[in-house]
Design a protein around this ligand. Structure first.
Ligand code: GLU
Length: 604
């Protein structure tokens, strides 16, 4: 059998075409243009950075070249993404940071997820006028009520304190320069503004920044964010206290409570309750990573409130029951889709913020549970969806003959957006960072904090917003909404083998899993594994698939009973593979979202 080559070779060939001609306007000699060539793959030594954006990758590379370590470079890259990818991430949001320490071999995490304010009520998303839930868009997503207390700056500070060698001031420097000097606008940046035009136009500060003169900045023009440069400079001078205990806390709270809407907008923009003391009370958490063993690899993931680690781990544990590498490709993909549906049913039933609900992490990741769940996987036939959740109770069948019949499941439609960004960094000492951050939807809540140059998240829409809901992801003060973010580090024989992660809301989990399967089971090299077309089965009646996936495998998989719905661009993953000769291969998405940029300090 020919082992799976990605069927999107033509798209891979287009990767470089995401690059821009630099149509520099007069007087822009100082601007920091996005490098002309994006680089989806780089192999070498001395450290590596992979992100979705060349300016951000350049910021991290500058730090590595000047002797900074992986954490210093990760913070510099993330801060630059806050400038050049501001619709996916920034200090108005949150995320999950994972670190491998080359000295100790330890993997540790920081949970910088946004948190519900102390004044939130279960009916926060109910319109008091109608008694009904606000419609998802625009009310729920474009609101103060959806804004969670941001965790990103606290994440950077904790990471630098624990593992960094630079001050926050130094780590913020390249991003501050980028914000001040500007960068060349590409199509993705312009399109993301246009996609949010109505929402940004509803707020004075957002339209001033992103719709100057009533339009999104033109492709090829220079975009500067001086307010954000000032904000970063303030934090460089005064530390994160300026944000959590200083003027920024007051300003964020008043933006949330009294959204800066323009007079002529029709958007209702429900206010939220967040106060400056909610912001002052924010603390990151540092949970243990999840770990699951997959065909001799140790796969480390993120604990709750992310469902990333448990769900990626459960899918892999189910797949481990089968020898995917010896199957025809369509059969391996059928197993991947069915295992995903089973794990998403369990995610829905059991995942939430483990400081508020008892998430059976150990059982969800146990081989006994995976074995029991795999009894429901018919190797020849797709199950009717939704499938029901299992019982991760420690009491599992020895053989599938004893497996109980399960009732039909219920599917919860998640409203997670498709935003977010992932960066992966390594350094010359062998430390590794895998960091996913977000402001939830592309454009977050749509609200830029006046004169501060950054957007606030709308992460609280990730709660199950129905006030009657009593499940693990229901709303509560101080609680963090369930996430799908899945920063991942894979060790083999105790040494780093892969680090990776992806944007994409609830598709993040399947993107990471499919890429691991491509690399570990299906014989692809890392760049092919990242470029390959994707499909995601999140326990829904249809498989969401990229058109290239359906074109390549749709007929064969229809034979198993799978039905497809079209889904453009699932995930824009970044990762690093650690090669046996000691070099690293940094890989970024070649096409999706305009393509990313991967670099190494000393290319070979
Ligand atoms: N809210 C999502 C999560 O935490 C991330 C946003 C997205 O990727 O759309 O999983």
């Amino acid at each position: 059998m020919s082992r799976s080559r990605p069927r999107i070779g033509a798209l891979v060939a287009l990767a470089a075409s995401g690059a821009l001609g630099l149509s520099m306007a007069a007087g822009t000699a100082q601007a920091d243009p996005r490098p002309e060539d994006k680089n989806p793959t780089a192999t070498g030594v001395g450290g590596a950075v992979s992100s979705v954006d060349p300016s951000a990758t350049a910021a991290g590379m500058e730090v590595l070249r000047k002797g900074g370590n992986a954490t210093d470079a990760a913070v510099a890259t993330a801060a630059a993404l806050g400038v050049s990818e501001p619709f996916s991430t920034g200090i108005g949001g949150g995320g999950f940071f994972m670190h491998y320490d080359a000295d100790t071999g330890e993997i540790q995490t920081i949970d910088g997820r946004e948190e519900a304010p102390s004044g939130i009520t279960k009916d926060a998303f109910v319109d008091p006028e109608t008694g009904e839930l606000y419609p998802f868009s625009p009310e729920r997503v474009t609101s103060g009520v959806a804004v969670g207390v941001p965790g990103t700056l606290a994440t950077w500070e904790t990471a630098l304190d624990r593992w960094g060698s630079r001050s926050m001031a130094k780590a913020l420097k390249p991003a501050t320069q980028l914000a001040r000097r500007g960068f060349v606008v590409d199509e993705t940046f312009r399109e993301q503004i246009l996609d949010n035009e109505e929402r940004f136009a509803a707020f004075g500060p957002s339209s001033e920044l992103y719709l100057p003169g009533g339009d999104a900045p033109a492709v090829g023009s220079i975009f500067r964010n001086r307010d954000l440069a000032h904000t970063y400079s303030l934090i460089a001078r005064q530390g994160t206290d300026a944000f959590y205990h200083g003027p920024l806390a007051e300003e964020i709270a008043s933006t949330v409570q009294d959204p800066p809407v323009t007079e002529d907008t029709d958007l209702p923009v429900p206010p939220g309750s967040m106060t400056a003391s909610d912001i002052a009370d924010y603390e990151v958490r540092t949970p243990d990573p999840t770990v699951s063993d997959y065909r001799g690899h140790d796969v480390y993931g993120m604990e709750p409130p992310s469902s990333g680690g448990t769900t990626v781990g459960e899918i892999l544990n189910i797949l481990e029951q089968y020898d995917l590498g010896s199957m025809p490709e369509d059969q391996a993909l059928h197993h991947y889709l069915e295992a995903s549906a089973l794990a998403y049913a369990d995610r829905e039933a059991y995942s939430g913020d483990s400081e508020f609900v008892d998430v059976p992490i150990e059982q969800l990741l146990s081989d006994g549970f995976a074995k029991e769940r795999s009894c429901l996987l018919d190797p020849t036939r797709a199950a009717d969806k939704p499938v029901a959740a299992g019982e991760p109770d420690g009491d599992y069948v020895e053989s599938c003959d004893q497996a109980p019949d399960t009732p039909a499941g219920t599917s919860a439609q998640d409203d997670e957006g498709l935003s977010t960004t992932h960066l992966t960094v390594s350094d010359r000492w062998g430390n590794v960072v895998s960091y996913t951050s977000t402001i939830e939807q592309t454009g977050g809540s749509g609200m830029v904090v006046p004169d501060r140059g950054f957007l606030l998240n709308n992460e609280l829409t990730d709660f199950t917003v129905d006030p009657e809901d009593t499940g693990p992801n229901s709303i509560a003060p101080g609680k963090r909404p369930r996430s799908s973010m899945a920063p991942t580090i894979v060790l083999k024989d105790g040494e780093p083998f892969l680090a990776l992660g992806s944007p994409g809301g609830s598709t993040i989990i399947t993107t990471v899993t499919q890429t691991l399967m491509n690399r570990i089971d299906l014989g692809m090299d890392m760049e092919s594994a990242v470029a390959a077309s994707r499909a995601t089965q999140r326990n829904r009646s249809t498989v969401s698939a990229e058109p290239e996936f359906t074109a390549a495998y749709g007929d064969a998989l229809a034979g198993y009973g799978h039905e497809f719905s079209a889904f453009p661009d699932i995930g824009a993953l970044t990762g690093i593979e650690f090669l046996p000769d000691g070099s690293t291969k940094a890989v970024a998405e070649p096409v999706r979202r305009g393509g990313g940029d991967a670099r190494v300090v000393d290319p070979r």
